[in-house]
Design a protein around this ligand. Structure first.
Ligand SMILES: *Cc1c(COP(=O)(O)O)cnc(C)c1O
Length: 356
């Protein structure tokens, strides 16, 4: 069976060797040596100033909203994983959906202004599939209306925009290191910011708001363990080859599918993209469902990323976003992972094109 993604696992000896360091000291969580080492290495690999390793890529969205004192309306994208919206709700704020661009699936900056009210405090946008949001336009709007910017960078590991790491943008950027993501620590994530005071605040949040017996603020459990950090340290050694392989596989799919009826993403700057997902957009949902079935019967599981459009979640008051709803009904992500073979790619392509 082939799934849309497959978790990269390093040689087990390399993992065991790292874990043994924590094991021998019997220090397996609470900001241990491997967590600190991973944070240092990630900061230099990603080119960012402050970075905290956390339990997952959802708690960091909540910590970001809390740390920036956001309590009212947040302008956000309807085309993302559900965590982007539920983090806003969980923090007691109101998501105000702004429709997306048809070509890169990111929030359409030209539609943001019309959604701004006196209650708007922040913009929370996702760099969908590692494609960058229009960070310059969003920054200009945020400055004009004094809004905070949070980027859900769960897909942005290894992507750049304008020569700068994508995760370095915004007041705060977050990332997920879940096992299904490009770079993973089994479960995990991180939160990134430039401002040192903000970083200190987030550090306290991550550990219940106290250092020893001194209690500074309200906090939560956002920590991650030495076992997870060990996985990250192992995987980081392979990330360049993973990214390189991805690019080859991605370009192969594009060559094979570019003359079909399917709509493919257009990358603005090839050198800055992490090739993390290969989405295809059908002209009708029925075609998507038929193709998905055909692939499934051949043992190939694709995923409807992202579906449904988040503005249509059953527990929300209705707001319409035509493009996002259109895309969500027709988009499919096809298998892309480090050891997917050319033979498998050929098989997937012919099933998609229905060439028996
Ligand atoms: C995976 C993902 C998340 C959630 O990350 P977890 O580590 O699973 O909590 C949030 N946003 C987006 C866009 C994602 O793809």
């Amino acid at each position: 069976m082939i799934n849309v993604t497959k978790t990269f696992l390093p040689p087990i000896e390399e993992y065991n060797e790292l874990v043994k360091r924590a094991w021998d000291k019997a220090w397996i969580t609470n900001n241990g040596e491997l967590v600190q080492e991973l944070e240092q290495k990630l900061k230099s690999y990603l080119g960012v100033k402050n970075l905290l390793f956390t339990g997952n890529g959802t708690i960091v969205l909540q910590m970001a909203i809390k740390a920036l004192n956001i309590t009212k309306e947040v302008i956000t994208t309807p085309f993302s994983y559900v965590a982007t919206t539920t983090a806003i709700l969980w923090e007691g704020c109101t998501p105000v959906f702004t429709d997306i661009n048809r070509d890169d699936f990111c929030i359409d900056p030209d539609r943001i202004e019309e959604k701004i009210t006196e209650n708007t405090e922040a913009i929370l946008a996702t760099h969908v599939f590692g494609l960058p949001c229009n960070v310059d336009k969003i920054k200009n709007l945020a400055e004009k209306y004094k809004l905070k910017i949070i980027y859900d960078g769960a897909h942005a590991f290894g992507s750049y925009s304008g020569g700068k790491p994508l995760l370095a943008y915004g007041d705060i950027s977050t990332c997920s290191f879940h096992a299904t993501k490009l770079f993973h620590t089994v479960e995990g994530g991180c939160i990134i910011c430039n401002d040192d005071d903000l970083a200190n605040k987030l550090m306290l949040y991550r550990q219940f708001g106290h250092i020893g017996d001194d209690y500074y603020s309200m906090g939560i459990n956002g920590k991650n363990s030495e076992f997870h950090a060990a996985m990250g340290l192992c995987n980081l050694k392979y990330i360049d080859s993973i990214l390189y392989r991805r690019k080859e596989q991605w370009n192969y799919y594009r060559e094979e599918l570019k003359n079909s009826q399917l709509t493919l993403v257009s990358i603005r700057n090839e050198g800055e993209f992490n090739y993390s997902y290969f989405p295809i957009v059908f002209s009708k949902e029925t075609e998507l469902l038929e193709t998905m079935n055909r692939l499934k019967n051949a043992g190939i599981n694709c995923r409807r990323y992202f579906y449904p459009s988040l503005n249509t979640l059953p527990y929300l008051k209705h707001q319409s976003c035509d493009i996002s709803e259109y895309v969500a009904q027709r988009i499919l992500c096809i298998p892309l992972f480090h050891d997917l073979t050319r033979v498998d790619q050929d098989r997937i392509v012919s099933l998609i094109l229905d060439k028996g």
